[in-house]
Design a protein around this ligand. Structure first.
Ligand code: ZN
Length: 245
């Protein structure tokens, strides 16, 4: 019998677990339309300690006081990755407009973070090839500028939310902001420009237009390409077809 396929979701957003899970599930479904990606037990939540360390700046902090939390987070990631079909998805925002993606401090800090994870894996796997195989199952989800830049692509749902919350008062602004979809990723702190702020993320994610976002060739495209480049993931998704009931 195959080992269980599980995906541990970590996110820097305090209330973002379900949003990230839904985005990742929709991405998996695009990668393999036949896969069965929605069983609850496929998705793992982190322990409270690791969840806290993934939030805000803890995971990228170099401050000594944050070290125990960071170490705990790395340990938990490693434990999950060492499972035969264990994957870890880590969401953090680019915090830069897409055109300035090369300047994202978070992406630079992520590279350093991955070195620490690799060092931790080495304590369990001596063969360098096995270390890189294991590390390849750690998948980064990085929207530019932030998660809302993706969610606001669901313009019709954004308009409907504005209708129910604000009596359609901001439809003109929303339509103007979304008139060139590739420009949404250029807005700094978009939650301040769109009237919904971060309040509707849990609902908007269900109408997130996966293929439209992919075809923009921006950060969602990159995120999905990273998933598709993970041979173990593609194989694991394929195997769920057989598990289908
Ligand atoms: Zn509104």
């Amino acid at each position: 019998m195959l080992a269980k396929f599980t995906v541990l979701i970590l996110t820097e957003d305090k209330a973002g677990w379900e949003v990230v899970r839904t985005i990742v599930g929709k991405s998996f479904q695009e990668i393999d339309p036949e896969a069965n990606v929605w069983p609850d037990d496929l998705w793992s939540r982190p322990t409270e300690k690791a969840a806290r360390a993934a939030r805000g700046s803890y995971w990228k902090s170099t401050a000594e006081r944050d070290e125990p939390d960071r170490r705990e987070l790395i340990r938990e990631i490693t434990t999950h990755l060492l499972r035969p079909r264990g994957f870890v998805v880590f969401h953090f925002d680019g915090d830069e407009p897409w055109s300035r993606r090369g300047h994202s401090e978070n992406v630079a800090k992520w590279s350093r973070f991955c070195v620490h994870v690799a060092q931790n894996i080495q304590q369990h796997r001596k063969d360098p090839e096995l270390v890189s195989d294991t590390l390849s199952r750690l998948l980064r989800v990085t929207p530019f500028y932030c998660m809302e830049s993706w969610l606001y692509l669901a313009t019709n749902s954004v308009l409907a939310e504005c209708t129910s919350s604000h009596g359609a008062a901001h439809h003109d602004v929303i339509r103007a902001l979304a008139s060139v979809t590739s420009q949404i990723a250029e807005v700094v702190q978009p939650w301040k420009a769109w009237c919904l702020g971060k309040t509707a993320n849990d609902r908007l994610v269900h109408s997130f237009p996966t293929m439209e976002a992919y075809e923009l060739q921006q950060s969602f495209h990159e995120t999905m390409e990273r998933m598709m480049a993970c041979a173990d993931l593609v194989e694991a998704l394929k195997s769920t077809r057989r598990e289908r009931t």
